[in-house]
Write a protein that binds this ligand. Structure first.
Ligand SMILES: C=C1C[C@]23C[C@H]1CC[C@H]2[C@]1(C)CCC[C@@](C)(C(=O)O)[C@H]1[C@@H]3C(=O)O
Ligand SMILES: O=C(O)CCC(=O)C(=O)O
Ligand SMILES: [Fe+2]
Length: 372
């Protein structure tokens, strides 16, 4: 019987150090949950049976030229972002066929033989099984495939080049589909940023300009069914996104929960709807006015779940600093200036993103700067 977690097995691409390899197919078949997947009890607090009351914004109607509609929608967005940082968008302009094609490419990718997926293993870009090569405890019950998308790259082949380089020429079509999907995310993020700027009372182009040379992250989260459920697994542990704005498309399986008013509340899947949430970096860009909400993903006993997460991120060395006119006359700045590359590196090398990433990062930054 093949062991479910094997070490010292070097993937096709030979790695120097040991890499733990997670075989979710065997884990599920054998209903085994290795201890590395058990989370602390405080992360496993039972979700409430309620749902988060998330506003649904019809983007087409919002930007149809009616300034009254735009202003009232901006007010709804402001209220949600000050409370929990989540809102939903419909009539978002992303072609449903493109979304389905993108899903299908990832379904095929995650169905590849484990050895093939391991040959595309990389951090931060590429395949990862439960982050087993990064962490040794509290492993998330998921496989992921992550890559970077540079908004300013006019070549239109950056994603094709990545897919063929890491998975071979047979993945050229997948790269083409994901290139188109990322271009759609770039367009949608521009609309969301304009709405956020209006909701904050700053120049409506401010954040669009700040992110015009963005270097974002695209990730598919693939959550295999976990037959050993109820022993303390999580699909993704409690965290705030360190990034700026997340554009998440979820299938109809469900499992995403936000922690609001001291309760875990489900964010119910809705057809052809994006979940938008504020991350730590955008929270800092609002001087803390908007919330970067704690959220998690429950594992599922029977169903496979996949989500498409587009994480908007600034160009790596651009200074993250809230616009002056967002500060009230007496207000002070709540965050030091920093760059996304500093915060990203902090989450990849020093501090696994969790509920406390931003305050811990600020403390680390201040202590490092006072030592220099
Ligand atoms: C900057 C990032 C780090 C993570 C991916 C993006 C935004 C969300 C972060 C993450 C999902 C938060 C939970 C922990 C994490 C390790 C994960 O479960 O994937 C985080 C991502 C990462 O570090 O790869
Ligand atoms: O897959 C989901 O529903 C959310 C995943 C998430 O929060 C993340 O990847 O940051
Ligand atoms: Fe997240």
């Amino acid at each position: 019987m093949a062991p479910s977690i094997t070490s010292n097995v070097s993937p096709l691409k030979s790695e120097n150090e040991d890499k733990k390899i997670i075989d979710f197919k065997s884990l599920h078949e054998e209903a085994i949950v290795p201890k590395e997947f058990i989370w602390p009890s405080e992360d496993l607090v039972e979700g409430s049976k309620e749902e988060l009351n998330v506003p649904i914004i019809d983007l087409e109607a919002t930007f149809n030229g009616d300034d009254v509609a735009l202003a009232s929608t901006a007010e709804i967005v402001r209220e949600a972002c000050m409370k929990h940082g989540f809102f939903l968008v419909t009539n978002h302009g992303v072609d449903e066929n493109l979304i389905n094609d993108t899903y299908q490419e990832f379904v095929s990718l995650f169905k590849l033989p484990l050895s093939r997926k391991l040959s595309a293993m990389g951090s931060p870009w590429g395949y990862s099984g439960a982050h087993a090569s990064r962490f040794s405890t509290s492993l998330p019950w998921k496989e992921i495939f992550t890559f970077q998308y540079k908004h300013y790259d006019e070549s239109e082949t950056q994603i094709v080049d990545f897919f063929t380089s890491i998975l071979g020429d047979d993945h050229q079509h997948a790269g083409l589909v994901l290139q188109k999907y990322c271009e759609a995310m770039k367009k949608l993020s521009g609309v969301i940023l304009e709405l956020l700027a209006i909701s904050l009372g700053v120049d409506r182009e401010h954040y669009k300009k700040f992110f015009e040379d963005a270097e974002s992250m695209m990730r598919c989260n693939s959550y295999p069914p976990c037959s050993g459920l109820n022993v303390g697994t999580l699909g993704t542990g409690p965290h705030c996104d360190p990034t700026s704005v997340t554009l998440l498309f979820q299938d109809q399986v469900g499992g995403l929960e936000a922690f609001v008013d001291n309760k875990w509340l489900a964010i119910r899947p809705q057809p052809n709807t994006y979940v938008i949430n504020i991350g730590d970096t955008f929270k800092a860009l609002t001087n803390g006015i908007y919330k970067s909400c704690l959220h998690r993903v429950l594992a599922n006993k029977e169903m496979d779940r996949k989500t498409l997460a587009f994480f908007l991120c600034p160009k790596k060395d651009k200074t993250v600093r809230a616009p002056d006119n967002i500060l009230g006359r007496q207000e002070s700045r709540n965050y030091p200036d920093f760059t996304w590359s500093q915060l990203f590196e902090f989450t990849q090398k020093k501090h696994r993103a969790d509920p406390n990433t931003l305050p811990d990062f600020v403390s680390w930054l201040n202590s490092n700067q006072s030592n220099n």
